[in-house]
Design a protein around this ligand. Structure first.
Ligand SMILES: Nc1ccn([C@@H]2O[C@H](COP(=O)(O)OP(=O)(O)OP(=O)(O)O)[C@@H](O)[C@H]2O)c(=O)n1
Ligand SMILES: C[C@](O)(CO)[C@H](O)COP(=O)(O)O
Length: 232
């Protein structure tokens, strides 16, 4: 089944990280927000966007059963690898029939469905690679190994990049075929950039922040509590 003319949209959800920076006892994607694991919230957001035909979740090998217990029927679950790039590669291999891939971190559990549908709408307008972007509010400097400042980057040219990142499927497969660990890629779009292909930004959403540190977890839980208080 496809959601619209223009091809089958498969969302790949890398959720196989350990969450070292978060410092919880369980892997990050399984940490709960108001009783629901982050990975489930991320999947629910994708499904409720109405623009995703199929979801593949990539989890640590020892958590396949836990994932299957907390995810809705119809979602495929596959084993991830040591690095994020290995996990996304496993997701791509599990969904060879996609026309469009969305790659969406489980750690961005509060991403609004409207952002997901905006990424897909931009792809359907003919873009081959689309990423959500926010203006940067801090001054960003480069430093050397000793911590001495080596330069100050021009803030007006910088963006903080979020997920979901959306791609024409053939392009993402090609980017991953060419990728090597030496690329040191921290996102999927950078692999497409390495091919010399254009990546388009669209406005991101503050709620799509990546839950990375203990403070992010406090923020995520406060956002949910505030939303619940509003409906009561
Ligand atoms: N080997 C890995 C590493 C990361 N991820 C996923 O990629 C997303 C973004 O990664 P990040 O937020 O850095 O998560 P962790 O790698 O778990 O965090 P940390 O670096 O603090 O351990 C997360 O949903 C994470 O589960 C993954 O699927 N496989
Ligand atoms: C893909 C990503 O979320 C875009 O901002 C980010 O690069 C993931 O980085 P991490 O080091 O794996 O958290």
């Amino acid at each position: 089944m496809t959601s619209e003319a223009g091809g089958r949209v498969v969302a790949l959800v890398p959720a196989a990280g350990r969450g070292v920076r978060l410092g919880e006892s369980e892997p990050k994607a399984f940490v709960t927000l108001a009783g629901t694991p982050m990975v489930r919230l991320a999947v629910d957001g994708l499904l409720s966007s109405g623009v995703v035909d199929h979801v593949v979740v990539v989890v640590p090998p020892d958590l396949i059963d836990s994932a299957s217990a907390c995810l809705p029927d119809g979602v495929d679950i596959v084993e991830g690898g040591a690095e994020r790039i290995d996990s996304v590669r496993a997701g791509i291999a599990a969904a060879p029939d996609a026309d469009i891939y969305l790659v969406h971190d489980a750690a961005r559990a509060l991403t609004p469905p409207s952002l997901i549908s905006r990424v897909v709408a931009e792809l359907r307008c003919g873009r081959a690679a689309v990423v959500p972007a926010l203006d940067v509010t801090d001054t960003i400097k480069s430093v050397d190994i000793l911590g001495n400042v080596t330069g100050t980057l021009k803030r007006s040219e910088l963006r903080a990049i979020q997920t979901p990142q959306g791609f024409d499927a053939e392009l993402l497969r090609r980017a991953y075929s060419a990728a090597t660990p030496a690329d040191g890629a921290t996102d999927d779009a950078s692999l497409v950039e390495h091919l010399g292909e254009r990546v388009r930004t669209i406005p991101g959403d503050a709620l799509a922040f990546k839950i990375t540190t203990p403070l992010d977890l406090v923020l995520a839980r406060a956002v949910i509590a505030a939303a619940e208080a509003k409906v009561q």
